[in-house]
Write a protein that binds this ligand. Structure first.
Ligand SMILES: Nc1nc2c(ncn2[C@@H]2O[C@H](COP(=O)(O)OP(=O)(O)OP(=O)(O)O)[C@@H](O)[C@H]2O)c(=O)[nH]1
Length: 333
């Protein structure tokens, strides 16, 4: 029999609500669960976005992780939808499944492994459930803080930190998935063509509608593990991974075409210009943004509604052009 938890849960609540990012939140969650449930062996599974019916994913674990196949995770998730704690005996182990609840729906669960002899009391389970509730609320707040309120895409602040993570090879999502050595990351900058005319002719409310619809179209063109941002005004950026440069062109051409074909209510047709560059890890963040930006402006200069790969135009741009863009970038930040 395990001893009841000493002290009160306030310190865990405070530490969770003081977390400034998801990584910190997850470390603090694991620390508190290990103390409450008195085991090192804990795994947390949750939906990436608490608001959508997204696939459940491994958030963090101290188990080997290999015990869980996608099928077993899905079936456990289905089972725990009753919002009850389930415990089972498996060989010499006692395994507990504790639901994570947010706004009356189950958004994930915790797996805690004990030896057969270690029995938790209701107090420990109750405290764990409360800590998980606070965790889910804090995760939701952190998630909302990363979003642009109009389009619900990731915001500009998130762009910079995510780009740094990706360049450094520390993509948080990638750790949860199979790392594919053959794929490279690309940065695309997308800008709506002649958007000022849309606002001038139809007003800002319709202009905002167009931004929302374009954001949705961009989302449908990329996978859930890619990152789409509202970079500013009528400019978007995307960080995506694919096997080859040709595939990157195909993906961006498909998006350009999809938007050009779409009939926007009242406005009719709209086009976007795109520039992209491969994310080479030896380059500085500001240089990579400049490269994608230069490619984007090349698409604009070439008549708009076009995709340009920085590599194809690299030789045409002298150092003055790069310095000029760097200056612009510093003015922006
Ligand atoms: N409705 C709406 N308009 C915005 C928003 N943010 C920026 N804009 C508008 O976007 C327009 C951008 O205009 P420009 O920078 O001249 O670019 P453009 O007309 O798209 O022309 P090109 O980029 O050269 O094709 C301006 O009219 C801004 O007011 C927004 O949140 N909502």
């Amino acid at each position: 029999m395990l001893h009841a938890v000493n002290g009160c849960a306030h310190e865990w609540f405070i530490s969770l609500t003081e977390s400034e990012d998801e990584a910190q939140l997850e470390v603090r969650l694991i620390d508190s669960l290990q103390a409450i449930l008195q085991t090192q062996k804990i795994a947390v599974f949750a939906r990436e976005n608490v608001l959508t019916e997204q696939n459940i994913a491994l958030i963090t674990d101290n188990l080997t992780g290999q015990e869980f196949t996608p099928e077993s995770i899905d079936s456990l998730y289905l089972k725990i939808q009753d919002n009850k704690i389930h415990t089972c005996l498996c060989s010499q182990l006692r395994i507990s499944y504790i639901p994570i609840c947010h706004c009356e729906s189950v958004i994930g669960f915790v797996v805690a492994v004990h030896t057969k002899e270690d029995i938790l009391d209701t107090n420990q389970f109750g405290t764990a459930v409360n800590v998980l509730h606070i965790y889910a609320n804090q995760r939701h707040i952190l998630f909302k803080n990363r979003l642009d309120p109009l389009t619900e895409l990731l915001n500009r602040q998130t762009f910079e930190s995510k780009l740094m993570e990706v360049i450094a090879g520390h993509d948080h999502n990638e750790r949860r998935e199979q790392i594919d050595e053959h794929c490279a990351w690309y940065l695309g900058m997308l800008d709506i063509d002649n958007f000022k005319q849309v606002n001038d002719q139809f007003g800002h409310v319709i202009g905002d509608e167009v931004l929302i619809l374009i954001a949705r179209l961009i989302k449908t063109n990329f996978r859930s593990q890619d990152y789409i941002f509202r970079y500013g005004g009528e400019e978007f950026s995307v960080l995506f991974k694919c096997a080859a440069e040709d595939t990157a062109v195909l993906i961006l051409e498909r998006l350009r075409e999809m938007i050009a074909q779409y009939i926007f209510p009242q406005v009719g047709t709209i086009t976007i210009s795109i520039g992209f560059t491969e994310l080479e890890s030896d380059r500085r963040l500001s240089i990579l943004v400049q490269q994608a930006d230069i490619a984007l402006y090349d698409s604009k200069r070439a008549g708009r509604n076009k995709v340009t790969n920085f590599k194809q135009i690299e030789g045409q741009h002298n150092i003055e052009c790069v310095v000029e863009h760097e200056h612009e970038l510093f003015k922006l930040s």
